[in-house]
Every structure is written in structure tokens, then in C-alpha cells.
Design a protein around this ligand. Structure first.
Ligand code: GDP
Ligand code: IMO
Ligand code: MG
Length: 431
């Protein structure tokens, strides 16, 4: 497969990890380029379920190299916990998992700041994952961050950690009026151990990727979150703190744009969102269809366990995602979740004050006023989870997929996923 970047086209949890795991077979190096342990990426192979927050989802395939790029904010404790879990399950990462020396660390005081900031916002809170993502990126941008490479010299690390810790304490107390009860000495001591274990993974990953690409290795860039959680293009301020769109892969991995041949947009067959912020097609509290989507789709966050808000497919959003990411192929996931519905709705466009709106309104103020307009398609009312070929799908399922494609600039489908397990994947049109 040519080099490709995978992005979520909605608000995250589209099933990116499932598709990445599947495509790992056709790739050599899998690279995370943004986000941090706010991501929850689920891969199911046979009876085994893996949930990754930092380690790339390709890691369970033997012999594949996985890279945590410079654009990621790394919670080193979480990273090591994932490696330990993998090792306990018989998966060794020795010599094939690397962390960029330029990646910033998400430290315990970033988590404390995240929580303090959220409680300071009260009812207006973002609904973050509490993993310290916003504060870690804020430190990076304000040039006060601590990078993985700083771990190479304990004194450098310890000095930067102490400065960051002190600033976080002052901010928590002065800005949010909250108690800051982290024990600096205890954390520093813990990080002596963390450092020892992290050192073998840390290297110049941009050079590694450059070299691998020149040697003909196939690269797969693993996006986290989704297009509408992007710090610029998403539903700001109800977003995460990184660029989640495909362009971010270049800066976040340290590659030029010509390295990436394809952008695969992962599209859930309906829409979900976890956390606060606008959601035009949301089927609110007590709606039977919304509850059915949540129940059948097991729509609970992989990182926080929070229930995901559910709604019908919104083509206005996904059209915008196609534009922003330069999507060349779609991978449609969770089609099987719609098995039981007699009728399925698709939002084709919006109206604001009775006027037709085809394009996603970039301003939250307008977005809050949109009224979604739906068309209704007949369901298929049968189990598609054992289908192996596109031609095996019932005609109403094919019709649904074709209509989604049509509404999304006719981009062709690479994959249709009909269940969480690796083998429940239909290849439609190879790249
Ligand atoms: P990600 O963050 O985009 O990787 O997605 P998550 O792992 O957070 O959430 C997707 C959930 O849907 C996981 O529990 C997957 O196991 C599951 N999943 C993925 N694809 C399918 C599918 O085609 N059908 C069903 N029923 N579940 C799926
Ligand atoms: P994956 O990679 C879904 C959401 C949070 C919150 C907002 C900001 O699994 O698709 P943050 O902790 O990043 O500051 O929270 O972003 N969010 C996600 N929602 N999937 C994710 O990742 C998410 N990562 C962050 O719920 O609304
Ligand atoms: Mg997820």
C-alpha cells in the first residue's frame, strides 16, 4: 500500500484503530503524530481486546515498527504501562518501538492543571479526558515544556520539571483557587525510574522515518481524535489542543507533504461525540433511536468510559472533513450497528432561519442555530456482521453506503467494517 494517513472525520472514536490494525499488514512503519493519551484506540483480534492510548495500534503485528512522533504529548507512565500490558500478553516491542526525542512530556502536573481548569469552568467545561493534554500543549507552545529528549540528562530534566511544577502550582492556586496537592519529591523520584525505562525508546524519529521511506518502507500515519476536535477547524473551544487534520502528520512526524500519497478518512455510519459542544444531529435524552445506537454500538468512551452522545450520520460534517483532509478513500465503520433499524436517517444539509446551508458553518454561533434536514432510507433488518464481500451485503446496505459516498463528493470506499473483530472487514476497492 502507498504511504497513507488515517484521520477521523467526525468527533473521534470512528474506529480508526480497527482500520489501522487491518492496514498494518500492508505497511511497515506505523506513526502517531498528534494527541496523547486522550486517545483510546481499540483493536480486537479473536478473543483479545487491546486499548491503546499512546502506543500505535499497529504494535500487535509482529515485526512492524511503531513510532510516537514529535507532535504527540507523551505521558511516559502511561506509555510504559501499555508496554507492560503488551509484554504480559506476549507482545514484545524490543527494537521496534521509538519515541521522538522532540515529543513533549505530559506530566502529572499537567493532569492536575487540566482538572483544575475544568472545574474552574463549571457548567461551561470542555469535558476533557483529564489526561493533561491542553496544559501539556500550552507549555509546549509557550516554550516551557519538557521534552522526551530532556530525559537523556537527568539534571536538565529535573530542572525543567521543577520549573514546570512550580508554575503549575502557582497557576492552580492563583488562577483556579484550587488546592495543588502533588508531592514534587515523590514524582521526581518516580521519574528516575521512568527515565531509566524510557531511554532505550528515545531517538531522532524524523530521521528514522526519512531513512525508512528512502529504503522503500511503507508508512502508515495514525491520527487520533477527529476532524471536528481539531484546534483550528473543530468546534472551538470544544476541541482538543492539537491539529487533528491530515496536514498535521507532516509537522507531527517530521516529514514533507510529498511523502504522503493517500488520506483515508474513517467514517462511522452514524455520529457520536463524547464531551461537551454542539452536535447538530444528536438524538437527545430519551430518544429511542439514539439509545439504540448507544446500546448496540457500545458507545462508551475507550479512555474515560463516559457515554458517547449519538445521532444520525451528518454528511455536512463529513463533506467538510473530505475538504480539510484531502481524503482520497473512505473507510466506513460500524455499519452493522444499523442492522436492526427499519429506517435510517441521513442529514443531507442544514437550515438556518429557513435558509438552506450545504457547508459546515465555521463559527460556533452559526452552528448552534442549524436545523438538520434529513432524508430517510430503508434499513436492511438483517445481520451483516458475517459478510466478507461488498456483494454479500443486502441491497439496502449497499444503497446506504452508496448514498453516503455520493453526499461526500463521491470519494470511493476502501473498506466497509461490519464488526469490531479484525476479520469483520470488507475490502471494497484497494488503493
Ligand atoms: P478510535 O478511537 O477511532 O480508534 O475508536 P475507538 O476504539 O475509541 O471506538 C470504536 C469502537 O467501535 C471500538 O470499541 C471498536 O472495537 C468498535 N468497532 C470498530 N469498528 C467496528 C465495526 O465495524 N462494528 C462494530 N460493531 N464495532 C466496531
Ligand atoms: P480517539 O483518538 C473522542 C475529546 C474529549 C473532549 C475534547 C477535549 O480515541 O478518537 P482533551 O482531553 O483532548 O483535552 O479533551 O476532546 N476527545 C476525544 N473524543 N475520541 C478521542 O480520541 C478524543 N480525545 C479527546 O472528550 O470533548
Ligand atoms: Mg477512541
Amino acid at each position: 500500500m502507498p504511504n497513507a494517513v488515517i484521520v477521523g472525520t467526525q468527533w473521534g472514536d470512528e474506529g480508526k484503530a480497527k482500520v489501522i490494525d487491518y492496514l498494518t499488514d500492508k505497511s511497515d512503519v506505523i506513526i502517531r503524530f498528534q494527541g496523547g493519551s486522550n486517545a483510546g484506540h481499540t483493536v480486537i483480534v479473536g478473543e483479545r481486546k487491546y486499548v491503546f492510548h499512546l502506543v500505535p495500534s499497529g504494535v500487535i503485528s509482529a515485526g512492524k515498527v511503531c513510532v510516537v512522533g514529535n507532535g504527540v504529548v507523551v505521558d511516559a507512565e502511561q506509555f510504559l504501562a501499555e508496554i507492560d500490558e503488551l509484554a504480559a500478553g506476549g507482545v514484545s516491542v524490543d527494537g521496534r518501538l521509538f519515541v521522538s526525542d522532540l515529543a513533549h512530556l505530559a506530566l502529572p502536573y499537567h493532569k492536575a492543571l487540566d482538572l483544575a481548569s475544568e472545574s474552574g469552568l463549571g457548567a461551561g467545561k470542555i469535558g476533557t479526558t483529564g489526561r493533561g493534554i491542553g496544559p501539556a500543549y500550552a507549555d509546549k507552545v509557550s516554550r516551557a515544556g519538557v521534552r522526551a529528549g530532556d530525559l537523556c540528562d537527568w539534571d536538565v530534566f529535573a530542572a525543567k520539571f521543577r520549573a514546570g511544577f512550580d508554575a503549575a502550582r502557582r497557576k492552580t492556586e492563583a488562577l483556579y483557587g484550587a488546592k495543588f496537592d502533588l508531592d514534587e519529591g515523590e514524582i521526581i523520584e518516580k521519574y528516575r525510574m521512568v527515565r531509566e525505562r524510557m531511554l532505550p525508546f528515545i531517538r531522532d524519529t524524523a530521521f528514522y522515518i526519512f531513512d525508512a521511506e528512502r529504503a522503500g518502507k511503507r508508512l502508515l500515519f495514525e491520527g487520533a481524535q477527529g476532524t471536528f476536535l481539531d484546534i483550528d477547524h473543530g468546534t472551538y473551544p470544544y476541541v482538543t489542543s492539537s491539529n487533528t487534520v491530515s496536514g498535521s502528520a507532516c509537522a507531527g512526524a517530521g516529514v514533507g507533504p510529498r511523502v504522503i500519497d493517500h488520506c483515508i478518512g474513517i467514517v462511522k455510519a452514524y455520529t457520536t461525540r463524547v464531551g461537551n459542544g454542539p452536535f447538530p444531529t444528536e438524538l437527545g435524552n430519551g430518544d429511542a433511536d439514539g439509545e439504540e445506537l448507544q446500546r448496540v454500538g457500545h458507545e462508551f468512551g475507550s479512555t474515560t468510559g463516559r457515554p458517547r452522545r449519538c445521532g444520525w450520520f451528518d454528511s455536512v460534517m463529513v463533506r467538510k472533513a473530505v475538504q480539510l483532509n484531502g481524503i482520497t478513500r473512505l473507510a466506513l465503520t460500524k455499519l452493522d450497528v444499523l442492522n436492526g433499524f427499519g429506517e435510517i436517517k441521513i442529514c443531507t444539509h442544514y437550515e438556518i432561519g429557513g435558509k438552506r446551508v450545504e457547508q459546515w458553518p465555521s463559527c460556533l454561533h452559526d452552528l448552534e442555530k442549524v436545523v438538520p434536514v434529513y432524508e430517510t432510507l430503508p434499513g436492511w433488518k438483517c445481520d451483516i456482521s458475517a459478510c466478507k464481500k461488498f456483494a454479500d451485503l443486502p441491497s439496502n446496505a449497499v444503497r446506504y453506503v452508496e448514498r453516503l459516498r455520493e453526499l461526500c463528493y463521491g470519494v470511493s470506499a476502501l473498506i466497509v467494517s461490519v464488526g469490531p473483530e479484525r476479520s469483520q472487514t470488507i475490502e471494497v476497492e484497494p488503493i
